[in-house]
Design a protein. Structure first.
Lengths: 134, 134
DNA sequence: TGTATTCCTTACTCTGTAAGTCAACAATCC
DNA sequence: GGATTGTTGACTTACAGAGTAAGGAATACA
């Protein structure tokens, strides 16, 4: 029932990238130094963000990482789902076929509502907003 | 990021107890049979509910379990917290002293808000309501 | 008093996921 | 072609979730 550290680091990193001058490429080791993550772990964390089209990377001399999109268009839910997969408060919310019990399903609607509210809040704040607050 | 099975079973069980005639004592094995939980696991799940004053138990012949309070006064958050401890979406929401990083704390307010909404929804529906819907 | 009944306590196992590491590989620049 | 920088996949370690098992303690009733 807790957000993973990978997601936390992903958020820190994306906020950091959003604060750089637009188009600037940042070295992995600079992210590591400022965000206090090890290079090996940051590598692992960045890959899902790259695959989701949130961050882009460049190899070789002068290479590094930068935002692949407008920070106004990314929110915390995007980052969380890139790292952890679809948000689900309960097993039954992934595949409604799982939820066979009537007694259980009385609670089902409540889980759905709670998750919906969570999604609403996480979508509401863009990375640009968070970077500006920082 | 998922509610545990213990919490699910706890909810099923409490809804089941709430549907019994008031004051009726239910055998563990009857709960097990109707709710599809093993006795050993149900034992483990019931203890926190008893300690939280939600369910009460009686030993010996004619013993069993029954609700210890008005089903109108219990909600899903009570059950979840009895089983899993205080709800927290993120590590920093337990002890604000953990949250030292500014970059992280930009997200902190969002976690707080998301968790607040979740709490609000889980508190809104009493066990009596859920039992009636069932 | 003794015994059957019923829940209580504690320790244990098994499995999966989070968190993080490592080493070989691939692209790019000069 | 070599230095630099990111990529990939396999690996380790630790911990929490999920469930089991066995002996102990309370209660009712004969």
């Amino acid at each position: 029932m807790v957000i993973t550290r990978a997601t936390e680091y992903a958020i820190r990193t994306v906020i950091y990238l959003a604060k750089q001058p637009k188009g600037d490429i940042v070295l992995k080791k600079d992210i590591c130094r400022t965000q206090e993550v090890t290079p090996a772990f940051l590598t692992k964390i960045l890959q899902p963000l790259i695959k989701a089209g949130i961050v882009s990377s460049q190899r070789g001399v002068g290479g590094g990482f930068l935002l692949a999109c407008d920070p106004q268009s990314i929110n915390l839910l995007d980052l969380l789902e890139a790292e952890e997969g679809p948000l689900k408060l309960n097993h039954c919310l992934i595949d409604s076929g799982d939820c066979l019990r009537k007694a259980y399903c009385a609670a089902h609607l409540v889980w759905t509502e709670a998750q919906g509210e969570m999604v609403r809040v996480l979508k509401k704040h863009s990375i640009a907003d968070l970077a500006a607050q920082d």
